[in-house]
Design a protein around this ligand. Structure first.
Ligand SMILES: O=C(O)CCC(=O)C(=O)O
Ligand SMILES: [Fe+2]
Length: 279
């Protein structure tokens, strides 16, 4: 996918259909729970970021956040906070565990194709994600019948980690990508997945792949529910272009924890972190 910031329709991805259907059902069931039950797994802050249920985005766009989300650390096992995996629903934990493993497999397949495309050894790329965090975020955007222009599902952003794989639970539109200052809807065919290049992947590939700005609008009539899987990466503790792709580095090298700090700052200032790393 040279030059592409996202793959709008990944078909024939080999992800087990039963696993997909079960995680979709579990997600619908979770959001149908009464608010008190969802609050029981409310956001908890930890050293490696926050996990749990709540409003994850602080828009500062002058619009009201119109989403409820549950973020679970899923890989490696030590990153899990099992207190936040709902026990209320009998199949939820198992469904998420299996889906997480499918996403791990798919990520490796995608990375093998990327390595071929980039002309580097697959191990070079795979090493960057070895033992790194995978988070799964379940989003629910309820319909907004009146004043839809005053709310936003997720404000414009690029994904800060390495790779994102989005599964739509229903067929409600809302996701849009930005290109040349215009917004374009993303409408994947049923059964396909949407893949986003994250900011770290842009830096690692020295700009061969670009992270792309996207947002989620709220539908007037229908709920939109999605499952976004995020994969983290770094090169020996650093966010920097892979030496194999950086005869002339186009981005500075930065310690991973400084990157996380900068990313947090960029989010609150609505600035683009990747731009601030460009040489
Ligand atoms: O829900 C969606 O369609 C996209 C979610 C997203 O962009 C994100 O979680 O970063
Ligand atoms: Fe995103």
């Amino acid at each position: 996918m040279p030059g592409l910031g996202f793959l709008p329709e990944l078909r024939n991805h080999g992800v087990d259909e039963t696993v997909v259907e079960r995680v979709k059902d579990s997600t619908r069931e979770f959001f149908r729970l009464p608010l008190e039950k969802k609050k029981a797994v409310g956001i908890v802050k930890a050293e490696d970021g926050f996990q749990g249920f709540g409003h994850h985005f602080n828009t500062s766009t002058g619009k009201l956040d119109w989403a409820e989300s549950l973020l679970l650390g899923t890989q490696p096992i030590g990153h899990r906070n099992m207190d936040l995996w709902p026990t209320e629903l009998p199949t939820f934990r198992d469904a998420v565990e299996k889906y997480s493993l499918e996403m791990t497999k798919l990520k490796s397949l995608l990375m093998a194709s990327m390595a071929i495309d980039l002309g580097i050894k697959p191990e070079t790329l795979l090493e960057t994600v070895q033992g790194k965090i995978q988070n799964i975020v379940f989003h629910h955007y309820p319909p907004c019948r009146h004043n839809a222009d005053k709310v936003i599902g997720i404000p414009p952003h690029t994904d800060g980690l390495f790779l994102t794989i989005v599964l739509e639970v229903d067929a409600t539109p809302g996701l849009q990508v930005s290109n040349d200052g215009r917004w374009f809807p993303v409408r994947p065919l049923p059964g396909s997945l949407t893949v986003f290049v994250g900011d770290i992947l842009e830096v690692l590939t020295n700009g061969r792949y670009k992270s792309v700005e996207h947002r989620v609008l709220v539908d007037a009539e229908r709920d939109r529910t999605t499952i976004a899987t995020f994969q983290d990466a770094c090169v020996a503790g650093m966010v920097k272009p892979l030496p194999e792709l950086a005869e002339v580095a186009r981005y500075i090298s930065i310690e991973k924890h400084d990157y996380v700090h900068r990313q947090f700052q960029a989010l609150t200032e609505r600035a683009n972190i990747v731009d601030s790393l460009k040489i």
